[in-house]
Design a protein around this ligand. Structure first.
Ligand SMILES: O=C(O)C(=O)C[C@H](O)[C@H](O)CO
Ligand SMILES: [Mg+2]
Length: 403
């Protein structure tokens, strides 16, 4: 079954998405998500200029060979742009293979390991009280797990908290990077109070998560991990920037708070040491940025040997195509932990019709052949690309810090 055509579709129904559509001679097509927030056009150009020409005429059924061809064949291995491009091709090829087999993707991966996929929502508020209201609202919606982030007194703009009350949080909120000011001390003093308040009101059954968003040093992360131990977090996420995998060792030696990391990783080599040393509990690399199903399967298998479970990144800046494929992966993968869920808005959902469903705090996988997500190209064409950038962070003295 030869690939006869490929289209890179850039659309912005509220925010930017890059989608790869591969057409085969049999009429079956596959869809892959190639969205890299704030750097969308780099992946679109990589696909259009360097990948698509090499795909035409290839056998769509040779998924592994195509993966190796694009990875080894580029000579320049790894990196978010390369791996997102490969991820989109891989996702589209698995979609084609599953459609050709007339099976939902999870069947092709090995069938169901579970009936439903636990997911967590984001609860944010400008202060602790409004955050508690958001937790109450999400408990009401059925969520069994929530990520809790609140404004910190003395910090004007903080990761994870919407600009205005009632608005959705969107990190890429300006054409050029907005500048935020960060104070580690103010943050570290505040977070334990937030979790004390959540546990006091909601008890210990609800799973609680928190995203540090790479802002601490290892010893500061160790301090935070210890401070929140009484509140039994499901995980503490991205507590340090992790180019240096060894830095996770120190944190691990000091705290029993479970650690999740990896939403900015794109290869097994980014997390190999931390998995093999059991310094983390959850690996978050998503299908799009991590080279697709073929590569994430390899990461998940390695992780399973060391009691590390998956907790895929699932923000609104990955398209419903990535989320749909992830729900299939999550339904199959034996060492599943949790799936992030930042709901897309109705406009995005209308551009990407899908058959996964949310019910009672879980995703339910669809039964249509493939990964169950499509793109309405006519609708997509109505929303042209709009440049949007992620913010940068500075310490109070002006030093550029991690955002
Ligand atoms: O969802 C999360 O855990 C994030 O950290 C979201 C990121 O800030 C976002 O995807 C950046 O594009
Ligand atoms: Mg995160």
């Amino acid at each position: 079954m030869k690939i006869i055509d490929a289209r890179v579709i850039v659309t912005s129904p509220g925010r930017n998405f890059v989608t790869l559509k591969l057409m085969t001679e049999s009429g079956i097509y596959g869809i892959g998500d190639a969205t890299l927030n704030g750097r969308e056009m780099a992946v679109a150009a990589y696909l259009e200029e360097h990948v698509v020409p090499a795909l035409i005429g290839r056998d769509a059924s040779r998924i592994e060979d195509t993966w190796q061809y694009l990875y080894r064949g580029a000579y320049w291995r790894r990196g978010p742009v390369t791996m997102s491009a490969i991820g989109a091709v891989d996702m589209a090829l698995w979609d084609i293979k599953a459609k050709a087999a007339n099976m939902p993707l999870y069947q092709l991966l090995g069938g169901k390991s579970r009936e439903r996929v636990m997911t967590y929502a984001h609860c944010t508020g400008k202060d602790i009280d409004s955050c508690l209201e958001e937790v109450a609202r999400h408990v009401e919606l059925g969520y069994k797990a929530v990520r809790v982030q609140a404004g910190v007194p003395g910090i004007k703009t903080i990761y994870g908290v919407a600009k205005r009350e009632g608005e959705r949080y969107e990190p890429a909120d300006a054409e050029l990077p907005a500048e935020h000011v960060w104070s580690t001390e103010k943050y570290l003093n505040h977070v334990p109070q937030l979790f004390a308040a959540v546990r006091e009101r909601f008890g210990h059954d609800l799973h609680l998560l928190h995203d540090v968003h790479h802002r601490l040093t290892p010893i500061e992360a160790a301090r935070l991990g210890k401070a929140v131990e009484p509140y039994h977090l499901f995980w503490l996420e991205d507590c340090v920037p992790a180019e240096n995998q060894e830095s996770l060792r120190l944190i691990r030696e000091h705290t029993t708070t479970p650690l999740a990391i990896g939403e900015v990783f794109n290869s097994i080599h980014d997390c190999r040491e931390m998995i093999q040393n059991q310094w983390i509990d959850y690996i978050r690399t998503p299908l799009t940025h991590g080279g697709g199903i073929t590569h994430l399967r390899r990461i998940a298998d390695l992780a399973s040997l060391y009691h590390v479970r998956t907790g895929f990144h699932g923000p609104t800046d990955l398209s419903p195509v990535c989320l749909g494929a992830a729900v299939h992966f999550d339904t199959w993968v034996p060492n599943f932990g949790i799936q992030e869920h930042m709901p897309h808005d109705a406009l995005t959902d209308s551009v990407f019709p899908h058959d996964y469903r949310f019910e009672d705090g879980h995703f339910l996988v669809g039964e249509s052949p493939g990964h169950g997500v499509d793109i309405d190209e006519e609708a997509a064409a109505r929303y042209p690309f709009k440049r949007a950038s992620l913010p940068v962070n500075r310490l109070e003295d002006g030093t550029l810090w991690h955002w």
